[in-house]
Design a protein around this ligand. Sequence first.
Ligand SMILES: [Zn+2]
Length: 287
Amino acid sequence: MNRLVKTLIYGGEMSLCVLDTTDLVNDAIQIHKLSPLSAAALGRALTAAAFMCSGLKNEGDKLSVNIVGDGVGGTITVSGNSALDLRGTIENPRAELPLRADGKLDVGGCVGRNGRLTVVKSMGLKEPYSGSCRLVSGEIAEDFAAYYLYSEQQPSAFALGVKIGRDYTCAGAGGVVIQALPGASEESIVKAEETMGKFASVSTLIKEKSIEEIIEENFGKCETEEFFPHYKCLCSREYIGGILKSMGKKELEDILAEQGEIAVSCEFCEKNYVFTQSDVDAMFEEK
Ligand SMILES: [Zn+2]
C-alpha cells in the first residue's frame, strides 16, 4: 500500500503527515535488487521525498534530493513531481554493515555522517530553487529536519522507517512528519516533541495499524486529505537520446566503432535503451 495522509493538529497550529510507502520501497528493492541496508536508506529517502512532493502546488512542479555522504552506500538520489511519481537510486545497491547494538539496520553508517543533503525544486520559475544543509546523522529523518529548519526556516520533526523481512522484501515502511506553522505556541511544540517520541519504530507501526488509527490514537479525530505516491520513472527513448546527443557525434561514433551499438541503462528504473548507427545518424541529421 502507498498512501500519504495530511491533516492539521493542535487547533491548526501544526501540520501532520503520515505515510505508508511499503509498496514504493518494494518496487525500489525489485528494480535495483537492493540489500536490506541499501533498501532502508533509499526507502527512507523516497518516503521523505514523497512528503516533500505532496507540498508541490502546481502540475509539472518537480524536485530532486541528493544525499552525498561518506558511508558505504554512496550517493543517494531521489526525485519526484506534483503527481507523486517517485524514483530513486543509490550508488551501492548492495551495501552491507553489521546491525547496530539495538538490532536496527545502520542507515547512518550506510549514508555516512559527513556530507550534504541538497534539494533542487523546479516550480515553473526561471531558476530552480536550491537549498542545502550538512548531514546531521546520516539517519535521513534528522537530515531532512535540518534541511527544513535551515533552508526553508520551517521547524519540522521527521520519523522515517523501513522494516525488511527475512525474505529481503519490505514488511512495512513509512513516516510521520510534523511541522510547526507560523505562530505555533510553545505548548504545541512541546506536545509535538513528546508525541514524536512514540514513533521511534514507525515501520512496525505502519505494518500493524492503518494510518487513520495512528492519527486518531495520537491526535484525535481529524479531517484529512489523502494522496497516493508511487514508484514511476519518467525516462523515455527521447530523453536518453537527448543526453547521448549532448555528448557529441565524435564520442558516439567512437562507442559504435568499439561496441557496434550504444546500450544505456536508466539509473532510476534499470530499463535498457539501445541505439544503433542509424539512430545516431538520425540524431545528427540536418533538418
Ligand atoms: Zn527510467
